[in-house]
Write a protein that binds this ligand. Structure first.
Ligand SMILES: Nc1ncnc2c1ncn2[C@@H]1O[C@H](COP(=O)(O)OP(=O)(O)O)[C@@H](O)[C@H]1O
Ligand SMILES: [Mg+2]
Length: 164
């Protein structure tokens, strides 16, 4: 597969964590190659400690590998992390929502993090709230349900996605 067909392409990723008492640290990734074609749902499976989270952190620019290359939509994650962050949406396992804030406040916070300001961020939050309420108004068992751990993902992903 040529590079231009790949949404994600990583080559020879190596990542070692320094750990006290371990002279050589922990090698989380030892030359990982990944090619994910555009438009594919890709499952990265492996036992605990296999390096899945480390891989996602590198691909989303939250961690740097010791060596290797990573590209998202052809953009070098190490050279242009800001550009990659603008293009991607990440929904982590644990909620990033502020549990003390309302859903609307969380949407506004996430919107601000995406660079929206003033009336635009409030309008977008209200638009998304109306959309989410419509989606989640389905009778039990007939529509998407808000499962607790993923709740924070909704505001985060919503601003990034195509939206209503
Ligand atoms: N911040 C860290 N400091 C030290 N070791 C780490 C750190 N993060 C992950 N590791 C180690 O790196 C290896 C891969 O971890 P991780 O990427 O979290 O795997 P997975 O998500 O597949 O369970 C494991 O041995 C883990 O203990
Ligand atoms: Mg993990």
């Amino acid at each position: 597969m040529s590079t231009t067909d790949c949404a994600i392409e990583a080559r020879q990723l190596v990542k070692t964590y320094a750990v006290r008492g371990k002279k050589h640290g922990i090698r989380a990734l030892d030359g990982l190659d990944i090619s994910v074609p555009r438009g594919m749902i890709y499952g990265l499976l492996g036992p605990n400690g296999a390096g899945k989270s480390t891989t996602v952190k590198i691909l989303t620019s939250l961690a740097r590998p010791d060596s290797g290359t990573a590209r998202v939509e052809g953009v070098d994650v190490l050279a242009r992390p800001g550009q990659v962050r603008h293009m991607i949406g990440v929904v982590a396992q644990r909620s990033g929502a502020d549990p003390t804030a309302t859903g609307r406040e969380n949407l506004i916070l996430q919107g601000r993090l995406y660079g929206l300001r003033g009336g635009a961020v409030r309008a977008r939050a209200d638009e998304l709230l109306a959309h989410l309420l419509r989606r989640h108004a389905a009778p039990p068992g007939r529509g998407p349900r808000a499962d607790a751990p993923a709740r924070g993902a909704v505001p985060r992903r919503a601003h990034h996605g195509p939206g209503p």
